[in-house]
Design a protein around this ligand. Sequence first.
Ligand SMILES: Nc1ncnc2c1ncn2[C@@H]1O[C@H](COP(=O)(O)OP(=O)(O)OP(=O)(O)O)[C@@H](O)[C@H]1O
Ligand SMILES: [Mg+2]
Length: 508
Amino acid sequence: MTIARVASFAFAGIEAQPVEVQVQIAAGLPAFLVVGLPDKAVGESRERVRAALAGLGLSLPPKRVLVNLAPADITKEGSHFDLPIALAVLAAMDVLPREELAGYAALGELALDGGINPVAGVLPAALGASMRDLGLICPAQQGGEAAWAGRIEVLAAPDLLALMNHFRGTQVLSPPEPPSPDTGPWRGPCLSEVKGQESAKRALEVAAAGGHNLLMIGPPGAGKSMLAARLPGLLPDLTPGEALEVSLVHSIAGLLRDGRLVTRPPFREPHHSASMPALIGGGSRARPGEISLSHNGVLFLDEWPEFPRPALEALRQPMETGRATISRANHHVTYPARFQCIAAMNPCRCGYLGDAPRECGRAPRCGEEYQQRLSGPLLDRMDLAIEVQPVPPAELSRAPAGEATPVVAARIRAARERQRARYGEDGPRCNAVAEGSALQKTLQADAAAQALAEQAAERLRLSARGFTRTLRVARTIADLAGSGPVLRTHVAEALAFRHRGGARVTPA
Ligand SMILES: Nc1ncnc2c1ncn2[C@@H]1O[C@H](COP(=O)(O)OP(=O)(O)OP(=O)(O)O)[C@@H](O)[C@H]1O
Ligand SMILES: [Mg+2]
């Protein structure tokens, strides 16, 4: 009585850890047991496997069927173990050839009729399989996603019957092709639709060029959300390495559509009522949160102070480290989370603080209270803080159309290319994540810039972080201007964008 084995994976962050599904059919009271730290979804696999086999006209032998998921000390989460369990049971029943199955890893969820439904994590599983010289058996719709892993044999099957026919040689499954990436011109909203707002547009350009965090403060209807919605169009395409990282996170979250890799920087805008697990990650099943889904892209927090305080404070660590660490019952899970944070807010609850005829009777106290919801350390992490004042209606209709998205995007692309040339392939991906010492060196080339930065740091009582972040913005402004050294004017503009340390945002 030998054991049938099929390889599969459990996911720890974006990594696929090998799990072996072992099935033994032994004499004894009829039973179908799954052991090896299965969670609820895996426990329910039993019923789906039983039903799927019945759909094929097969029934479990009236014996003791024991499924073990090895190693037993890592938690097995998710419904993707259905398929490897079913395959191992079929092999143990001698319906499928054990030796041939040994060359594959499998993942997929079973429908009651034997259909194989899509699951999260096909891309990392395909990479894991390719590293171990295995093929991958996955749901038919996700064949394209698996095919991205390169030289790997993929069996993308619509149902169990198709797999059985494939192994019998009666109907061979054809290998899936990776779909061509979705490239093309930006089709979203255009920057030229924003009338006036020249300084806000400049801040948006600088933020996009260096990947800096940006805070926009202004009354209702001033155009903050409008500006933020135009940021994705300004950002350059992801490099192949970045695209793979982002796609891995999106695959784990089950968000990869049609097997296409994510090639544009993600733009995520969670609502302020989003729960902490939705924002940071975790929950009953380990899942990447919004901060990880916006890895290498933008996290837009509209109506910033309305987010619950604990959720805001939980952003602080990932904003520095670029990683989201989530505590589970007996271990930690880490997802990448290097995002650019764009936040928008009104100066107070009524929104009209500083606009004498319209502000409420509690001004300016209402503004102080509202802005106090944001802690100093959080504000310290915003590289650029700008006030967005509404454009008067008369000007809205008269103002000429400004620069279109592709024009500004070309400047940003050039600035990013300068950064990449400076930092190299293995260095930081943009100025926002460059180390302080490297920036300091480019600054020292210009004594006047150095002197201004130091004086201002003293006068504005910038924190060490604030100082470094200002230098990074100055570096980006120099890159936009095509300047090798950072000059005094670049530092001056960066300082103008800096939020004034501990002092609260001043109403207009
Ligand atoms: N500069 C502008 N040019 C053209 N349209 C504008 C401009 N500013 C505002 N609008 C118009 O006003 C609408 C509201 O702007 P938006 O939603 O961006 O405001 P907001 O600052 O986010 O306000 P709130 O604080 O209420 O969220 C826009 O959809 C747009 O139609
Ligand atoms: Mg808005």
